[in-house]
Design a protein around this ligand. Sequence first.
Ligand code: URA
Length: 230
Amino acid sequence: MRLDYYLANATAMSRKDAKRAISRGQVCIDGQPCRQIALHIVTGQHITLRGQLLSLPGERYLMLNKPLGVVSATSDRDHLTVLSLLPADQRSHLHVAGRLDIDTTGLVLLTTDGQWSHRLTSPKVECEKIYRVELAAPLRSEAADAIEAGLQLHNEVRKTRPARVVPVAENVIELAITEGRYHQVKRMMAAVGNHVVGLHRLQIGGIRLDPTLEPGESRPLTEEEIQSVD
Ligand code: URA
């Protein structure tokens, strides 16, 4: 697509205004000002207008820092939902790619793109999720070894997949898992005789929770974050 068409499609600008903005050097491609109105752009290029990243209307992708007490559903009679935390004009057609429990905080991804979210949540894909886990007691080294090797959870046929444990503080670990079973982290810690007192998701695949987002805040994903899910 030509740059002036792209700009007009990605913003509310007329083609005339789009051409003018390009000739004035207000549009950058991959960080470099581009004054060629008819240049053909290719997928994956990072296009900004006066420093603002642009994307075409269509699919939408957001990250949210979920606070405590909010449910990951799109509607709920009794609780605030992650959707209700978004500006009203951004809510339509979004779904959650990987839920968190009501008492878990941190990274939630929302999108309109079902194929994209499938690649994050399908058990076949083994997408890594990283959690900061606050525990009732320090994690013994035998318990960490058992978690890393794979655990037999109550009422499950298969053991959990190998995981990664990184100690952070006396009662805090970072845990990387590649599954999303029901209450998985809490059940893993219970299986080694411990108890989760705080759970926060830091990362899904290559997408890290933006540390500038306060609980309840959200932002669109960057092109690089969207493309990191392949
Ligand atoms: N594991 C849990 O136990 N709860 C979550 O919210 C996420 C992973």
